[in-house]
Write a protein that binds this ligand. Structure first.
Ligand SMILES: Cc1ncc(COP(=O)(O)O)c(C=O)c1O
Length: 423
């Protein structure tokens, strides 16, 4: 019985692999890892513990882990041109938790975007920020342009005097106005925290804003969204030593003990690949997003932020009220092999999260498998046809069959046998 249960899992994993083999993946927070990164995850590193920092561990057996962690930090610092890097958080949320502990005390004021302007739940009252007891106020947001309203937000900064200011979105269409607000934030003595979970790969590829050069003290991020690495997190800093010490302690022992060493090594591999391929990858991700947005718009879809050019990132937000609503659209596309998510859009505050008026689309994963502008035009037309009653399953499979290899990384031939590494 037990063996048959285990085999059931293997079969299900295979079924899942096949599902994605034949689908067009457009979830804005997902990506594919490279062959060498995959090897790190199945290596013996996956089985070990390493609490603390290199040279200051609590367990034996960490000699090589220390080398790997030091090298991963170094590569991340080079990639982001940062003074500091912590590569231990095991997700973007975990990195955010570490920062709320490091930067704030219960009762401190934090300024951030509101949830309905696209912020992540970790900055909500019921998320990490609220659970730390921080008191939130929100930036003003221009829903027409889908950008932070600089003038109104400046007034809020000067009246609220937040101790921490957080820039970051789960629908991150345009760069945040850090440099525009930097002087005001300095005037009130606010630390600037940038949650780059979604756009970390675009920043690494130098095709989005450069938050540390614009004045951010710290960046947190997921390493598996536009940054095409393992499910993990990271913190990058250009801050003073005292703050950085608090960040280090916020991570460990604050919010984790062991930090998933196979993933961390995979992050090191991805960082090195991004140093080599990141700029062309990020370029293509953004070009694809713009092309897809334009084509959907031409086909009559209500792509948001038309006035601002739809997007400067990997993400597009589409109002699909006129197409049956977010739930219907996402499910109809899924039935046709096109995978994306329903999403709240401006004006949805009375709507349930399970049935919002929009969909969110990301182009990072289709870019990672080599799709370009002509495929984006094709994908837009498949979406249009599926939502107009056509069965496009075969067309989706035919298109996807041509794009099965992960690009912008060292190829399969560079990896050795996974099983040899996994004891
Ligand atoms: C802005 C933002 N921050 C943090 C996170 C959390 O990242 P993770 O899923 O790695 O915990 C997300 C996830 O989508 C996000 O959009």
């Amino acid at each position: 019985m037990a063996l048959s249960d285990a085999i059931w899992f293997r079969q299900k994993a295979e079924e899942h692999n096949n599902l994605f083999r034949h689908s067009i993946p457009l979830i804005a927070s997902e990506n594919l890892i490279s062959p060498i990164t995959k090897e790190m995850i199945v290596s013996d590193l996956n089985n070990r513990y390493a609490e603390g920092l290199p040279g200051h561990r609590y367990y034996q057996g960490n000699r090589i882990v220390d080398e790997i962690e030091t090298r991963t930090e170094q590569l991340m610092k080079t990639l982001f041109n940062s003074k500091q890097a912590d590569v231990r958080p095991i997700s973007g949320t975990n990195a955010n938790q570490a920062l709320v502990f490091a930067l704030g005390e219960p009762g401190d004021k934090i300024l951030s975007p509101s949830l309905d302007s696209g912020a992540h739940i970790s900055s909500a009252e019921f998320g990490a920020v609220g659970m730390r007891g921080l008191k939130s106020s929100h930036m003003s947001f221009d829903f027409n342009e889908m950008k932070i309203d600089v003038d109104e937000t400046r007034k809020i900064i000067l009246s609220e005097k937040p101790k921490i200011t957080l820039f970051g979105f789960s629908v991150f269409l345009f760069p945040a106005p850090i440099k525009e607000l930097k002087n005001d934030l300095d005037e009130v003595g606010s630390k600037i925290w940038y949650d780059g979970a979604h756009v970390l790969g675009l920043i690494a590829g130098k095709r989005f804003q450069d938050p540390l050069r614009e004045g951010a003290d710290l960046i947190t991020g997921s390493t598996h969204k536009t940054f095409p690495g393992p499910q993990h997190g990271a913190i990058l800093g250009n801050t003073d030593d005292e703050t950085w010490k608090k960040v280090r302690r916020g991570v460990f022992p604050g919010v984790l003990s062991n930090h998933h060493l196979g993933m961390m090594a995979g992050l090191g591999v991805t960082a090195s690949e991004m140093l080599e391929f990141g700029e062309t990858y990020a370029d293509s991700v953004i070009t694809n997003a713009k092309t897809l947005a334009q084509e959907l718009h031409s086909l009559g879809f209500n792509v948001l932020a038309e006035k601002s050019g739809f997007t400067e990132s990997h993400t597009i937000l589409v109002d699909v009220k006129g197409n049956g609503g977010g739930k219907y659209v996402a499910e109809t596309l899924e039935a046709n092999g096109i995978i994306l998510n329903k999403n709240m859009i401006p004006g949805d505050s009375n709507k349930k999260a399970q049935d919002p008026s929009g969909i969110r689309i990301g182009t990072q994963e289709v870019t990672r498998i080599g799709m370009g502008r002509s495929e984006m035009v094709h994908v837009a037309n498949l979406i249009y046809s599926a939502l107009n009653g056509k069965d496009v399953r075969e067309d989706v499979r035919d298109l996807k069959e041509q794009f099965q290899e992960v690009k912008y990384c060292y190829g399969k031939e560079t990896a050795y046998n996974f099983l040899q590494l996994y004891r």
